[in-house]
Design a protein. Sequence first.
Length: 457
Amino acid sequence: MEALLGQALAKADADYAEVRWEEVSRSRVAFQRDQLMALEASREAGGIVRALVNGAWGIAVFTDPDEIPEKLRQAAALARKAARHLKDPIRLAPVSPVRDTVRAEMKQDFREVPLEEKRKLAEAYNQLILGYSKEIVSTSVRYTDTIRRVIFANTEGTYIDQETPDVTLVLAAVARRNGDIQQAFESLGEAAGYEFALGKEEKALAAAKRAVDLLSAQPVKGGRYTVILDPELAGVFIHEAFGHICEADFLLRNEPMRRVMTLGKRFGVEALNVVEEGYLPGRRGNSPYDDEGVPRRKIYLIKEGVLTGLMHSRATAHKTGMEPTGNARAVSWEHEPIVRMRNTYIEPGEASFEELLKGIDYGIYAKGAFGGQTEFEQFTFSAAYAYEIRGGELGAMLRDVVLTGNVFDTLRNIELLGDDFQLKGGAGGCGKGGQSPLPVTDGAPHVRIRDVIIGGG
């Protein structure tokens, strides 16, 4: 493959050209109630070429490596046509050429595990959930594994061959009592081998128990509260509500938000540090290089409460006079890379959980993420469940907890950061620009925030 790509790129009639070839193998098992809904294994392969001519991109996809020379010619021709009408030419920030090979590290290679064994594992988890209580009326258990091999080469001399494994597990329960229906789930994912999916019986039972417990929980009363977010919900918050507006391609398309997101501007308390980590082995979607062949690096989006960094591709870095950060990612070979998150998290503080609770006469401890949406700086998130805080102590379980607000106000209202920390990759993924689900991880300690608007679901 290296010789083929090198010869084709050497003849590319473009200012810059690149080829990305991907080979993907995956398997999936899914149960719903007592029914096996999916038992499958598949493989696919394909590639994409990009040619930059006179400041315009030309793009073509292919499924046969022998097509690469012709696809490069097609992409260059498309770029020339596009450049005739171009008002804002694309330029790429310089990066050093890289030559590297990265192989997947797994304790137990899931490619060597029979599909029937994976079925038995998923079925065992499903039976645990179903058998927990007569009030469990439905389940959803899903196991997936994927290994993605990406070969990237460009006209600057970069050649990278890297593999990334991915294992996910969803354990969900639905409970019903007198017409009331509640659900709970555990969503797990890592860049690991089959070993990651083993030994999750406690997680399955926890989902079942929580679904039943929610039947007895009271709906929250709407109002403004001091709220403690658990690490999972705080991580989702910082990813969805703040991370996306730190993606440089978004800001370049949105002049009002670009004026707001000025480097050096204070956005939170001095104790607040928000990190976009480039490469963390073992975490979902992690590989040392992005899909433009740029080494991933760690950046601080917020350092001591001040906006200090943004996420970039090579094109956005050039346009803003910054350095590439290794954030150009594509969900598959059919898509071009765009600016995406990798591992986004709030660094821990110094407060114990007891210190976070102290002094709260009545508040909310919100746990888990059950979905939400953002619109520029406004957000709405549903907690999976919650507890009252009364006199600095945890109280009754609550449900239907919906948090809404302005991300900038919320960051300024952070009172304390816990000394604990959790970085989690769930079984889903991030969506943007029609590319979903892209594996990411989010993280945080427990976070205490004053004056949060809570509405019942």
